[in-house]
Design a protein around this ligand. Structure first.
Ligand code: ADP
Length: 206
């Protein structure tokens, strides 16, 4: 939402995308951030794992992708997110975690936010060295955290998801804020919060 002179209105809901490779800590940070900012948290990975556990229609459709570390097809992901974002709990803002992951998903997101009268505030790009990521994931030990599947997910990240950053930097005015995620949870959280505050504050003064 924009004011008449093009500035972001102070009341516009925050819509943040937490971006980064598997294992950078998106889920952990998204949850803390959503709590501190008083907005909703939407993790597509969590949503899919729940759907698989409950064996819903969506769960059955996504199971083989999630368990092999492949991306769920864009249309299915975007449809799931679009339905979810209709719910009233997202009206005051949301931290998106694990979505968008492809350029097609980014375009779908733009459209669904526009339909809701909302817009993306910023993309937060969490960066952690690959050897740290692999170590973290192996320790986490989720079903898709076996070395071969981790390698596959990292490969997909570099091929399909990383180009999104360039897309946001070149095709939009949405700020991309890069944060060093190689520190303890609280430190990383402080870094993200202060970056958001200074960014939004300086935007409001432009
Ligand atoms: P991580 O970031 O550690 O890979 P996530 O919980 O975000 O973990 O995602 C787990 C899996 O869920 C992915 O490997 C993929 O199969 C599926 N998934 C989640 N979000 C998306 C998305 N936006 N597009 C396609 N697949 C997705």
């Amino acid at each position: 939402m924009e004011t008449t002179d093009g500035r972001r209105a102070h009341t516009a809901p925050l819509v943040l995308v937490l971006f980064g490779a598997p294992g950078v800590g998106k889920g952990t940070q998204a949850q803390i951030l959503a709590e501190k900012l008083g907005i909703a948290h939407l993790s597509t990975g969590d949503a899919f794992r729940k759907a698989i556990a409950a064996q819903t229609e969506v769960g059955k459709q996504v199971q083989r992708y999630v368990e092999s570390g492949a991306l769920v097809p864009d249309e299915l992901v975007s449809q799931t997110v679009a339905e979810e974002l209709q719910k009233p709990q997202y009206r005051s803002g949301v931290v998106l975690d694990g979505f968008p992951r492809t350029i097609a998903q980014a375009q779908a997101l733009e459209k669904m936010l526009r339909n809701l009268g909302m817009s993306l505030t910023a993309v937060i790009n969490l960066v952690v060295p690959e050897e740290v990521i692999i170590d973290r994931l192996v320790k986490r030990g989720r079903k898709d955290d076996q070395p071969e599947i981790i390698r596959h997910r990292l490969e997909i990240y570099h091929k399909e998801t990383a180009p999104l950053l360039h897309y946001y930097q070149t095709h939009s005015t949405i700020p991309v804020i890069t944060i060093d995620g190689n520190a303890d949870i609280d430190t990383v959280n402080q870094r993200i919060l202060s970056a958001i505050k200074s960014r939004i504050h300086s935007d409001a003064q432009q």
